[in-house]
Write a protein that binds this ligand. Structure first.
Ligand code: SF4
Length: 398
């Protein structure tokens, strides 16, 4: 079966995605951003709610929001933090939609996860719709390679894609444990050999993390990686290409990390003496190859925190985090890798007015923007998340 997806391809900056661009309905209640009492209102609402509410803040959130976070972290750390707070009836997730879904999957039925602005999506997660992924799997079945293939799905994906992964016995991974996850997956299929074997991985939805992990971390060959384009018949690949590949990479990427360039790395090395380049593995392969260090947001933070005073860094990850690092570690020289990259626009949809609105609504006894994952989908997604936690030697390493 080789049908093309009915979803239009949305090229960054061209056209409008009405689903992810829609604003949340806050009829007449959203405080104006100019309200000078916003900070006081947020404090008062949080104090009134006490232990009933737990606020999670992703590293890429604005400072004005992070100020009210009970804990900060990357997506997986935050989902685990939510699960570790069974007494909090409400988890206010200051992050993006797929993170709130993961928190809902990992928390009890008695807890409610709230996303202050429903328009806070993730362009990468949106690049893999469940219908497209089901079609891709059907292509693999038609070509006769599905039995040799295991899905490995990045945390940055919808609950439906995580559910697909669990249904097909695959695993979720994070940017911290992608190497372990990939090694495990390759051992589960074909002849079980990690390198030079016959097992395959369908890596969703970030092609860069999949490619970087297979080539840089596991020592695989770029020639064994193919990119499955859901907008082209058969993924734009011949049956032979699919048979020869070991890594079938979904054609998805992060619209923030995908912009860091080789030119920016070269310019940094020219302009800043003894600079160290540290980038996130969602960056393009050429950029990752040139970097001194590659790692998750947690690893980036820890590496810079542990570096000797006076060290110079250029950092290839989201700008809110880099700015905060520069403030927190004034004894390091910290610069942003790309001159023209902006913030993650969807992360930035969560602002103080939305947070105040969500908290004050709870004080008034109203739950706004609850995130509920369908129980069947949640069950399979949980299976894939549990598989990740059961990976050999795996705790959530940074
Ligand atoms: S930084 Fe990239 S992967 Fe993260 S939420 Fe934004 S678009 Fe998604």
């Amino acid at each position: 079966m080789t049908t093309t997806s009915p979803l239009p391809l949305l090229v960054l900056g061209q056209g409008r995605d009405l689903h992810s661009e829609r604003g949340v309905e806050c009829p007449g209640e959203l405080p104006p951003a100019s309200d000078p009492d916003l900070v006081a209102r947020a404090r008062a609402a949080k104090a009134a709610l006490g232990d009933e509410v737990f606020v999670l803040g992703h590293h890429y959130q604005r400072d004005e929001v992070i100020e009210f976070a009970d804990t900060t972290g990357d997506s997986f750390k935050l989902a685990k933090e939510a699960a570790a707070r069974p007494d909090a009836a409400y988890i206010v997730f200051c992050g993006v939609h797929f993170m709130a879904e993961s928190a809902d999957i990992l928390t009890s039925d008695e807890q409610t996860v709230i996303l202050p602005d429903l328009a806070a999506g993730c362009s990468m997660a949106d690049m893999a719709a469940i219908g497209q992924v089901e079609e891709a799997w059907a292509v693999l079945e038609d070509v006769g390679v599905a039995d040799d293939t295991l899905p490995v799905t990045y945390m940055n994906s919808s609950a439906a894609i995580k559910g697909f992964t669990g249904r097909h016995d695959g695993t979720i991974c994070t940017s911290s444990n992608a190497k372990t996850a990939l090694r495990w997956a390759l051992e589960q299929r074909g002849d079980g050999a990690v390198l030079g074997g016959t097992g395959k991985v369908l890596f969703l939805p970030d092609q860069h993390l999949g490619r970087n992990t297979y080539v840089r971390d596991l020592g695989g060959s770029l020639d064994e990686c193919v990119v499955f384009d859901p907008h082209r018949p058969g993924g734009g690949l011949t049956p032979q290409q699919l048979r020869d590949a070991r890594m079938i990479l979904w054609r998805g990427h992060c619209s923030v990390h995908g912009r860091f360039s080789v030119e920016a790395v070269e310019a940094a090395r020219r302009e800043i003496p003894d600079v160290k380049v540290i980038v996130h593995p969602e960056c393009r392969h050429e950029v990752v190859e040139l970097a001194d260090e590659v790692g998750s947001t947690e690893k980036i933070i820890k590496t810079i925190a542990a570096a000797p005073d006076g060290t110079s860094w250029v950092v290839g990850t989201e700008l809110n985090l880099v700015r905060r690092l520069a403030q927190q570690f004034p004894n390091q020289r910290i610069a942003f890798l790309e001159k023209n990259v902006c913030y993650c626009s969807t992360m930035n949809r969560i602002d103080l007015p939305h947070l105040v609105w969500a908290l004050e609504s709870l004080v008034d006894g109203r739950v706004v923007n609850p995130i509920h994952v369908d129980p069947e989908v949640a069950g399979y997604a949980r299976k894939a998340l549990d598989q990740m936690l059961a990976l050999p030697g795996e705790t959530h390493k940074d």
